[in-house]
Ligand binder design. Structure first.
Ligand code: ADP
Ligand code: MG
Length: 441
């Protein structure tokens, strides 16, 4: 059986040892990291993630314990050998990019090759080809300050790979990036792991990143408090029987990566109280619904994907429930289309109130029909206004809800609290389906 590439045994790191500001940043840390793994060090700010990463990188000797790479204690190497190791075995990416401001992008990337045998022309060619690969080749002649954050980070990715390292270390590489640039950088790092088969160790406090990793080490107050295996990736580290069992919370965390643990607990309990679908069934249900929303599955095929037995790739839901789900879903998707059109209209031409009103009226009719409500003329008008205001974001969910219960003369509907509740909840779901980044184009 293969041995781990990186072994940490009982690592302790203390900053300012013996001084009044002595601080123990790592206590008894143990890790086994195998060649080709993608590992995330996850935890709150100050938990010791960076400290552990810099120890692995060879620039922070442990106070106690050992850190071995391929069986070697690199802290016992003479300085020049350790530098060689850092230059050719490790690549590193920082949150703040750390590019040299006065050098061009090309020179920044070529710089770490300065000690190798290749001549300048060869070095530049390699640097340029990496920049091309990571989508920033066209800015190679510029200085870093002229680039966006996302571009600068992709330059750092190119630089980290220039000496063809075995291990890529990344300390919150997307911490300073917007969501689009984050996705691009995450995809590139993923590619380095899956395509180039490099070992990746990434520091992150973003739960949305966890699904990229083979395994996640959770740090808290300088200790590894939990190790989680990602069952969605084929494991490299030999896993013992039973180790891949994940708790429902961990499963939910993957379905709802942005929710807090408290919210996940609520979801878990609600799941328990309202239905007895398993996690695997829910995953398949999500997939079918995604296809339905995208128009890749028609209603009948959707029902079939729900009713087919689990072993045959279905979900094993009974036919009546499946048909009900299909009915509700298709109806909501249709209404969501109206919301999208409504918004598009609003964007295009603020003056075209006629068709906007029509759409709001259709949404009103839909709500009335779904809820079998009978409204007076004034209530009807108020509801159309409220729908228009809510869909365009003029009022928030809470105000929408409040207004449904308020008096008719002040623009409300005078609904009972319970009716207002369920109507609001249903309408918010419709809106969520109708929000679409493409509605602007
Ligand atoms: P993380 O990367 O998880 O945010 P760090 O590893 O950077 O955490 O830091 C862990 C703890 O060690 C923090 O409380 C931090 O203040 C402290 N620390 C980090 N670097 C130093 C240092 N050079 N001197 C003293 N304390 C430090
Ligand atoms: Mg840090």
């Amino acid at each position: 059986m293969a041995k781990p590439l990186i072994i940490c045994r009982d690592l302790d790191i203390t900053y300012n040892k013996g001084k009044s500001n002595e601080f123990k940043a790592l206590s008894s840390v143990n890790t086994d990291i195998y060649e080709g793994e993608y590992i995330i060090l996850f935890g709150a700010s100050g938990s010791g993630k960076s400290t552990l990463m810099y120890t692995i990188q060879g620039s922070l000797p442990p106070g106690n314990g050992t850190m071995l790479i391929r069986g070697d204690d690199i802290y016992s190497y003479p300085p020049e050998e350790r530098v060689y190791f850092q230059r050719y075995v490790m690549g590193i990416i920082f949150q703040q990019f750390n590019l040299i401001p006065s050098l061009t992008v090309l020179d920044n990337v070529a710089l770490p090759m300065i000690f190798c045998d290749a001549d300048k022309k060869k070095r530049n060619r390699r640097a340029q080809s990496l920049l091309d690969r990571f989508g920033v080749g066209f800015v190679s002649h510029k200085i870093p300050a002229m680039l966006s954050g996302g571009q600068q980070q992709r330059v750092s990715v190119s630089r980290s790979m220039v000496n063809d390292p075995k291990i890529l270390l990344a300390d919150e590489p997307t911490g300073n990036l917007d969501s689009v640039s984050t996705q691009q950088v995450m995809d590139k790092i993923d590619e380095i792991n899956t395509f180039d088969r490099r070992t990746v160790i990434m520091v992150s406090h973003n739960a949305a990143h966890l699904s990229y990793a083979h395994r996640v080490y959770y740090l808290k107050d300088g200790r590894i408090v939990r190790e989680v295996v990602n069952p969605q990736r084929k494991q490299i580290k030999p896993v013992k029987e039973g180790e891949t069992i994940v708790t429902e919370l961990e499963q939910l965390a993957r379905l709802f990566p942005y929710d807090s643990i408290d919210t996940l607990r609520v979801k878990s309990l609600v799941n328990y109280l309202t239905q007895d679908y398993t996690y695997d069934q829910l995953v398949r249900l999500e997939k079918s619904i995604r296809y339905l929303i995208k128009g890749k599955l028609h209603k009948d095929a959707f029902v079939k994907s729900l009713t087919a037995p689990f072993e045959a790739g279905g979900i094993g839901i009974d036919a009546a429930t499946a048909r009900k789900m299909a009915k509700i879903s298709t109806r909501m998707i249709e209404q969501a289309d109206d919301i999208r059109r409504f918004r598009a209209q609003r964007e295009k031409e603020a003056s075209s109130f006629f068709s906007q009103d029509q759409l709001a009226e259709r949404l009103r009719d839909h709500l009335l029909h779904s809820y079998r409500l009978q409204l007076s003329e004034k209530q009807n008008k108020n509801l159309v206004d409220l729908i228009a205001d809510r869909v365009t974001g003029v009022i928030e969910e809470a105000t929408f809800h409040e207004m449904l219960a308020r008096g008719i003369t002040v623009g409300g509907l005078s609904l009972a609290e319970k009716e207002a509740d369920s109507l609001t909840r249903y309408f918010e779901k419709l809106i969520a389906q109708g929000v679409d980044v493409s509605y602007k184009s």
